[in-house]
Design a protein around this ligand. Structure first.
Ligand code: PLP
Length: 449
């Protein structure tokens, strides 16, 4: 193993050295072709090596690499934010651009506080969230997250303002069935607001479709309507974290569009730049902005690179590319194909159970016994073993543990770039099939069905 000075995640691992990429493929220096089956961390949405986007970035860098948002605005940033407004069908009126989803969450927290202070409600500051959620790795964002394994060891830096049960129909925390549950998971928000006092609760944050903590678990179709109703009743802002789902991956511009509601605030990232620049944002509706403007809210909290013209130029190029190639419709179509093929795998493999997700974000949960949904012992690292078996077959996927109340539960996400073809999906499924077979064979005989 060649010594280098990179602090990688696993200290003793020999990582593939990726040199270039094209579409859903990445290539090592010595020519090995690897399928990027999850688009990095569900981020490189349009695929690698798109010249138009690289040219837009290079052109902007040559023209103007940076202008400080405290002192000026750039035409390209104006164009990017206008495109977000149009892309959202007029919902997302103003956008504050930053460089990561975690920064977006932190910025949303500060906007929420500013909004309520401006309205003379400074004690209304708490932000409720859900268990089994993820909103970023910085301390504020991690505090809001309910992803035990990522919070572990950092709890002393964080705060706790309240978490409610997730909407996770496969393992309903209330022991209910979706047909007859009465949306108890949404009602839990009302109980939490009442218990803490509506005068102290400012906002509720949730992912419209769960990211890596529940690996693409979709909510009950009426969940967000009920959540919206409760938020309105108690003057609580609804913040949707679309860092993973936003900008087309689920087959709509934003995932909230599947549920017939409009949130007050949306955080975004990942597909906003397709991976060609570290870019994210917080968007607010016209109504929230009206209050801010009426109250003359001064909002300095920026990071140095907030509102970067480089990021904006990439988003503009991504937006054009998505429209020119009709990629949102493609996400829906290819996503349906991928999900159907994943369901075929689940029918064949005894440990692969729930297949879930929307568009090109398809998850699957692995269990020791599908009849009881008993999870594997967490120490087996079952999902990680499938991920490793995929890499042996030159394919990267995302894997996660903890979906079963944080203490167990193995799941994966397959989320290729929007440009993926049916033939490439077939190849992804073929390699995944082999990888699951390898891991299942290893444990054959360790359990009975
Ligand atoms: C739903 C969600 N929110 C926030 C984040 C944090 O984004 P970043 O890693 O860009 O800071 C992520 C990252 O995976 C995410 O999936």
């Amino acid at each position: 193993m060649k010594e280098n000075h990179v602090y990688s995640m696993e200290l003793d691992r020999d990582y593939p050295r990726i040199d270039r990429g094209e579409g859903i493929y990445m290539y090592t220096e010595d020519g090995r072709e690897i399928i990027d089956g999850a688009s990095g961390p569900v981020a490189v949405s349009l695929g690698h090596g798109i010249k138009e986007i690289a040219d837009a970035l290079g052109g902007q860098a040559a023209k103007l690499a940076f202008a400080h948002r405290d002192d000026c605005v750039t035409p390209v940033l104006e164009e990017s934010c206008e495109r977000i407004y149009e892309f959202s069908g007029g919902d997302l009126y103003k956008t504050f651009q930053v460089c990561s989803g975690s920064e977006a969450t932190e910025t949303a927290m500060k906007l929420i506080t500013k909004y309520n202070t401006a309205r003379g409600k400074k004690d209304k500051y708490k932000i409720l969230a859900r268990w089994q959620s993820y909103h970023g790795i910085t301390m504020g964002a991690l505090s809001l997250s309910g992803f035990g394994s990522r919070k572990k060891g950092y709890e002393h830096y964080g705060f706790e303002q309240g978490h409610i049960a997730p909407c996770y129909c496969y393992r309903c925390w209330f022991g209910q069935k979706p047909e007859s549950c009465g949306l108890q998971c949404a009602k839990a928000l009302e109980n939490e607001i009442l218990a803490q006092g509506p005068d102290s609760v400012a906002a509720f944050i949730a992912e419209p479709i769960s990211g890596m903590s529940l690996c693409a678990a979709e909510p009950h179709p009426d969940y967000f309507k009920e959540i919206r109703r409760i938020c309105d009743k108690y003057d609580v802002l609804l913040v949707l974290d679309e860092v993973m789902t936003g900008f087309g991956r689920t087959g709509k511009p934003f995932a909230y569009k599947h549920y017939g509601i409009v949130p007050d605030m949306v955080t975004t990232g990942k597909a906003m730049s397709g991976g060609y620049f570290p870019l994210a944002g917080v968007s607010i509706t016209k109504e929230i902005f009206r209050v801010m403007k009426e109250q003359g809210v001064f909002f300095p909290p920026g990071h140095t690179w907030s509102g970067s013209p480089l990021g904006a130029s990439v988003h503009v190029a991504v937006d054009k590319y998505v429209k020119e190639h009709d990629l949102i419709r493609r996400c829906e179509k290819m996503g349906n194909y991928l999900k159907a093929r994943m369901r075929e795998l689940a029918a064949k493999h005894p440990t692969m159970d729930d297949v879930r997700g929307r568009g090109l974000m398809v998850g699957a949960e692995f269990v020791r016994d599908p009849r009881t949904k008993e999870s594997f012992d967490i120490s087996l690292g079952y999902a990680g073993q499938i991920q490793a078996a995929c890499l042996k077959r030159d394919m990267l996927i995302e894997a996660s543990q903890g979906c079963n109340r944080g203490s167990a539960g193995d799941a994966i996400v397959i989320s290729p770039a929007f440009v993926v073809t049916e033939e490439q999906i077939d190849e992804i499924i073929r390699r995944l099939d082999e990888a699951i077979t390898e891991v299942e064979e290893k444990y054959c005989g360790l359990w009975k069905f």
